[in-house]
Write a protein that binds this ligand. Structure first.
Ligand code: FAD
Length: 317
C-alpha cells in the first residue's frame, strides 16, 4: 500500500515508522531483525531501508595497495523484500542518483515492481567520502528531481528507451527529502524550497524531513512549503541523540543547529548511558508536541539500534 494511502486510512491519527540501515557486507540479517522485532508492537505501516554510497577501499596485495570501489552495505532491495515477507509490512527502498546509471535505476525499479514494493524514496545521495562535492555518476542523474521524473515516467510506461503499452504499469508512490534547516549546499532556505517544489512538480507524493531538534523549525518549514504551493504530506524525521560525539558530528555533517537546552543537558552527562537517556527524553518531548500538532507520521532514524526508539514509541503511541 502507498504511504499516502496509509496516511489517508489513519484519518488524522499519527502513524509510527522508522528507517533502518542494511548490515555491513558479510554480517547476518538476524541482527537487523533483532532491532526490528521490538518495534513491531507499534504497528509501523512502512519501514524505510537506506542505500549507502559506494566508497573506495584499499586492498593490500603483497605490499601494494589496490584501490577498489565497493558498497559496504549492499542489499537494500533484498532487505526490503525479506522484511516485507517476514513482517507483512510495506518497505521503502531508498533509490539514489549517486552511484547508479539511469539503466541500473530502471532495473532496480523493475525489481521493486516485481516484488510488490509500492513506494520508493528518491534521493540524490551524498558526495562520496573522497569527494568534496557530489559528482553525478556517468550516465546517472545529477539531482533528485530528475530521478523523480524517471520514476514517474516509468509509472506511465515510459522506460528509458521505449514506451511500453501495458496494463501492468508500475505505480510507485514517491517520497523525497526536505530540509527544515536547508540542505547544506543550498544558498538559502527559499532556493532549497524551490528545489523541493520542483521534486513535487515532477511527481513526488510526500516529503520526509532531515532530522531537526527544534520543532519550531519544522513548523516554519511546513508553513513556508505550503506558501510555495507544496501540498503533499511532510513527514518529520526524528533522531534521538545517542552518543556525546553527536554534539559535534550532527551539526558538522548535516549543518543543523542544536537547541541550547539540549546542549546543556548533554554537557552535564558523564557517560553515554546518560546521553542516550537525554536523547530519549528530548525526542519524546519533540514527538509528543508534533503528534499533538497532528503530523501524519513520526519517522525515526534508528541508525541500527532500536532500544531508544522503543522507549520513545512507548511514551508517545
Ligand atoms: P536534491 O533534491 O537533488 O538536492 C541537492 C542539492 O541540490 C540541494 O542543495 C538543492 O537545493 C540543490 N538542487 C536540487 N535540484 C537542483 C537543480 N536542478 N539545480 C541546482 N541545484 C539543485 N543519503 C544516502 O546516501 N542514502 C540514503 O538512504 C539517504 N536517505 C535519506 C533519507 C532522508 C529522509 C533524508 C532527508 C536524506 C537522506 N539521504 C540519504 C541524504 C541525501 O542523499 C543527501 O542529503 C543529499 O545531499 C541530497 O539529497 P536530495 O535528494 O535532497 O538532493
Amino acid at each position: 500500500m502507498k504511504v499516502t494511502e496509509h496516511i489517508a486510512k489513519a484519518k488524522g491519527n499519527t502513524l509510527f515508522s522508522f528507517e533502518i540501515i542494511p548490515p555491513v557486507k558479510g554480517r547476518s540479517i538476524q541482527e537487523l531483525y533483532g532491532n526490528i522485532d521490538p518495534l513491531m508492537e507499534f504497528n509501523p505501516p512502512f519501514i524505510d531501508v537506506t542505500t549507502s554510497r559506494e566508497e573506495y577501499v584499499y586492498i593490500d596485495r603483497d605490499g601494494l595497495l589496490d584501490k577498489k570501489l565497493t558498497r559496504m552495505r549492499p542489499g537494500t532491495v533484498g532487505i526490503c523484500a525479506s522484511i516485507k515477507h517476514k513482517y507483512d509490512v510495506d518497505t521503502i527502498p531508498h533509490v539514489l542518483c549517486g552511484g547508479f546509471t539511469k539503466e541500473e535505476t530502471e532495473y532496480l525499479l523493475v525489481d521493486c515492481h516485481y516484488l510488490g514494493i509500492d513506494n520508493v524514496m528518491a534521493l540524490r545521495g551524498d558526495a562520496m567520502r573522497e569527494e568534496q562535492y557530489f559528482e553525478a555518476t556517468k550516465g546517472g542523474h545529477k539531482y533528485a528531481n530528475e530521478l523523480v521524473k524517471q520514476i514517474q515516467d516509468l509509472n506511465c510506461g515510459k522506460y528509458l528507451h521505449e514506451v511500453i503499452e501495458t496494463d501492468n504499469c508500475a505505480d510507485f508512490c514517491i517520497g523525497v527529502a526536505g530540509y527544515p534547516e536547508k540542505h547544506l549546499e543550498a544558498p538559502s532556505l527559499k532556493s532549497d524550497l524551490k528545489r523541493l517544489k520542483q521534486k513535487v512538480d515532477a511527481g513526488a507524493d510526500y516529503v520526509v524531513t532531515q532530522m531537526f531538534f527544534d520543532n519550531q523549525k519544522y513548523f516554519e518549514f511546513v508553513d513556508a512549503a505550503k506558501d510555495m504551493g507544496i501540498d503533499v504530506p511532510i513527514i518529520p524525521g526524528i533522531k534521538p541523540i545517542a552518543v556525546k560525539r553527536h554534539l559535534q558530528l550532527l551539526p558538522q555533517v548535516f549543518r543543523i543547529d542544536l537547541p541550547q537546552d539540549l546542549i546543556d543537558a548533554l554537557d552535564d552527562c558523564t557517560n553515554n548511558k546518560a546521553v542516550r537517556q537525554v536523547g530519549i527524553e528530548w525526542a519524546t518531548k519533540q514527538s509528543k508536541e508534533l503528534k499533538e500538532a497532528g503530523v501524519p507520521v513520526l519517522h525515526y532514524y534508528s541508525m541500527g539500534k532500536s532500544d531508544n526508539i522503543k522507549a520513545i514509541a512507548k511514551a508517545v503511541f
